[in-house]
Design a protein around this ligand. Structure first.
Ligand SMILES: Nc1ncnc2c1ncn2[C@@H]1O[C@H](COP(=O)(O)OP(=O)(O)OP(=O)(O)O)[C@@H](O)[C@H]1O
Ligand SMILES: Cc1cn([C@H]2C[C@H](O)[C@@H](COP(=O)(O)O)O2)c(=O)[nH]c1=O
Length: 224
């Protein structure tokens, strides 16, 4: 296991659908970009490169109602592997700060718990894909699953994917798994209260990032 010395940092954004991860990420990038310039890398899962975006299109296509749960889990892991090799790893080797919209915790919550494959089984399967590459920091955007889905219905009708249309019971299982991950990994996963107005969410997320990554975002980072 392991990828050798990595001087960059990987921060992942996690939470139920409609929690506001992408909205917060965009605002955080606007805040950090002037300071970090090309040391900042912004990406997403599934996706982030041509191959993984092609896999994303297959997974999220609402026409693919026949997709088997384990096929789905394997496709997410395959997209992740390609994303790591092509985007994340080179950035971490190059001392960059990678902000990634979703990562392995999504697979544990959605496929492990939501689909019922098993959280440990999905974690183990992903070790083959990630070779143990774990985020330095994960922000968990905590909002009730029903609130997140309502936000999507109200504001994002044009972008509803195959996972979004699952039953509320599926999304509650996902949320419960996320809360278990939060409790089990207190050093890595930090809670952001995503039920607040977006500006407050962004402020809280930035405070956590600054406290957890002082070399990049604290006073040390400002002189770089
Ligand atoms: N704090 C907030 N309060 C109210 N509405 C919000 C908040 N944050 C985001 N929204 C709105 O909710 C919708 C979903 O937000 P966004 O796409 O950022 O969520 P997400 O967590 O990235 O969702 P998904 O994982 O499904 O892509 C958007 O229309 C956005 O404008
Ligand atoms: C990485 C990953 C994602 N998912 C789900 C979560 C969302 O419903 C979609 C991605 O859409 P988004 O608008 O970019 O959030 O895919 C998953 O089930 N498993 C995963 O590993």
């Amino acid at each position: 296991m392991g990828w050798g010395t990595l001087t960059g940092k990987l921060v992942t954004f996690e939470g139920p659908d409609g929690a506001g991860k992408t909205s917060a990420l965009n605002a955080i990038v606007a805040d950090l970009q002037p300071r970090l310039g090309d040391r900042l890398v912004v990406t997403r899962e599934p996706g982030g490169n041509h191959i993984s975006e092609a896999i994303r299109a297959i997974i999220l296509d609402r026409k693919n109602t026949m997709m088997d749960d384990r096929t789905e889990a394997l496709l997410y892991a395959a997209a992740r592997r390609q994303h790591i090799v092509q985007e994340i790893l080179p950035a971490l080797q190059n001392d960059q700060l990678v902000l990634c919209d979703r990562y392995i915790d999504s697979s544990i919550a959605y496929q492990g718990a939501g689909r019922g494959i098993g959280e440990q089984a999905v974690y183990d399967m992903n070790q083959f894909a990630t070779k143990g590459l774990t985020p330095d920091l994960t922000l968990y955007f905590d909002v009730d699953a029903a609130v997140g889905l309502q936000r999507i219905q109200t504001h994002r009708q044009n972008e509803i994917n195959r996972l979004d249309v699952e039953a509320l019971s599926f999304h509650h299982k996902v949320q419960a798994a996320y809360l278990r991950l939060l409790a089990d990994h207190p050093a890595r996963i930090k809670r952001v209260d995503a039920s607040q107005p977006l500006e407050r969410v962004v402020q809280q997320a930035l405070q956590i990032m600054t406290a957890q990554l002082p070399a990049y975002l604290g006073t040390e980072g400002k002189s770089k």
